[in-house]
Design a protein around this ligand. Structure first.
Ligand SMILES: Nc1nc2c(ncn2[C@@H]2O[C@H](COP(=O)(O)OP(=O)(O)OP(=O)(O)O)[C@@H](O)[C@H]2O)c(=O)[nH]1
Ligand SMILES: [Mg+2]
Length: 447
């Protein structure tokens, strides 16, 4: 059985009750299956028609709108049918069962997109961007995902891949004509082209942190002594009363997590139990969870009661994490003991004083290594891309070294091929034939 030749079906809308549910069918038998289960007028491609899905005995399962998308002009590149029915769990499941009964196979997660990729409708970065678009938590993350879906990242990788293909084509030519050494001028030219590829890859590599922030959010832990106003700060930043606030120290026992949008950057805010000496078992467990959260934090908001004199807090900020000391309750006046305490921001969760400044400071710190604001973030790479970019860079450095050392051209050629392979993995093209095409077309070796 050839799995790729199966016709696959799935409910494309989330489970649960809604006005409508959309089902998708894709594969060589999509139209035949639709003909078998659907009763309605004939209609031209890509136009919705009203009709009924019927069971094998002719009884009506649901009234639906049905659209046929003949391949290759469809999302998957295959014949595809979309069915919009009523959005109930049972009725959409009944339509799906009918499609399966008529010969479709239940699709696996991502299988429609995988077919789109295999049929050349998308490169791999675009396929990944579909998930980023669906899971984006801020407008900025969404715009970034959309640019990737448009193919911007793929284009930038492709440019460098093509630059490398032509460098490799040169080197391959010298391998095929060993009597001609690489002349110094061409050698120098090759160097500078490889160096320029490395520079471009470095540009992409430097977007990895932003990419991670946009895709996963920044793990931001609010911690500090009990009763300092940590839960109050979470609520103020969120804009609603999520966590219980009370004058009783030790109110928060478990960690509470909520996502906020800080100038387009998703922050995963984690409110924690206050840190202090205690014999209470539940509170101790809460503090253990606090320490665990702090260890995984990228941004630590240490909240203290600014109206009280400073007291030591048992807190170790992990290496590389950003750290802000927030003196809360500024409305009660800040104790002069804090004067010597180094960098701090005074806020009041009660009056809102200093909160905007705190947000601005956090946003600035998170976008610091970037020209301009988070708005300037356009294309960003994910962890998979970064791994391939790092590997490609290493091979290019190696190839440069080989060329400089005047090694036989086979050696730099091998590294150039490996670098190309890595870049190809990013977009999902690792076809060596392509290189040979360039070699033969540009150098007329087959004359
Ligand atoms: N005057 C004043 N009181 C505040 C301010 N922020 C919080 N409080 C009060 O401080 C008390 C403790 O606030 P919480 O937000 O529960 O403090 P917490 O740090 O989460 O405390 P635990 O969960 O017990 O560790 C509450 O009575 C709040 O109303 C502030 O800016 N000014
Ligand atoms: Mg609390």
């Amino acid at each position: 059985m050839n799995r790729d030749r199966d016709t696959i079906a799935a409910i494309a809308t989330p489970p649960g009750q809604g006005a409508l549910a959309v089902l998708r069918l894709s594969g060589p038998r999509a139209f035949a299956i639709a003909d078998e289960v659907f009763r309605g007028p004939a209609a031209p491609p890509r136009l919705q028609i009203f009709g009924r899905i019927v069971a094998a005995d002719g009884s009506v399962i649901d009234e639906v709108l049905l659209t046929r998308f003949p391949g290759p002009k469809s999302f998957t590149g295959e014949d595809t049918v979309e069915i919009t029915g009523h959005g109930g769990r049972l009725v959409s499941r009944a339509i799906l069962d009918r499609l399966l009964q008529a010969g479709a196979r239940a699709a696996q997660g991502g299988e429609f997109t995988q077919r789109a990729f295999l049929n050349g409708k998308l490169d791999l970065t675009q396929a990944e961007a579909i998930m980023d678009v669906i899971s984006a938590q801020t407008d900025l993350a969404l715009r970034c995902a959309q640019r990737q879906l448009e193919g911007r990242l793929g284009e930038r990788v492709e440019e460098q891949r093509h630059a490398l293909i032509s460098v490799l084509a040169h080197v391959e030519a010298y391998i095929d004509f060993p009597e001609e050494d690489i002349d110094p001028e061409t050698g120098e030219h090759l160097h500078s082209r490889i160096r320029s590829v490395i520079e471009s890859l470095d540009g992409l590599r430097s977007t990895a942190r932003q990419g991670r922030i946009l895709r996963e959010g920044v793990a931001t832990v609010i911690c500090g002594p009990p009763n300092a106003g940590k839960s109050s700060l979470l609520n103020v930043l969120l804009g609603f009363e999520r966590a219980i606030v009370s004058e009783t120290a030790g109110t928060t026992r478990d960690t509470i997590e909520e996502v906020i949008n800080l100038q387009g950057i998703p922050l995963r805010l984690i409110d924690t139990a206050g840190l202090r000496e205690t014999g209470d078992r539940i509170e101790l467990e809460g503090m253990a969870r606090t320490s665990k959260s702090v260890q995984a934090a990228e941004l630590v908001l240490e909240v203290c009661d600014g109206s009280l004199p400073p007291a030591p807090v048992p807190l170790t900020v992990p290496e590389g994490a950003l750290h802000f000391r927030v003196l809360n309750k500024a409305d009660l006046g800040i104790d002069p003991g804090w004067d010597q305490a180094g960098e701090k921001l005074a806020v009041s969760c009660r009056t809102g004083e200093g909160i905007e400044e705190l947000k601005a400071a956090m946003a600035a710190a998170l976008t610091r290594d970037q020209a301009g604001s988070a708005e300037a973030w356009s294309v960003t790479v994910n962890a998979r891309h970064l791994q391939a970019l790092n590997a490609a860079r290493e091979h290019l450095i190696e190839a440069l070294g080989q060329l400089e050392a005047g090694s036989p051209p086979e050696l730099p050629a091998a590294d150039l091929r490996s670098a190309l392979h890595q870049l190809g993995e990013i977009v999902g093209k690792t076809d060596i034939e392509e290189i040979l095409d360039v070699v033969f077309s540009r150098f007329c070796i087959g004359k």
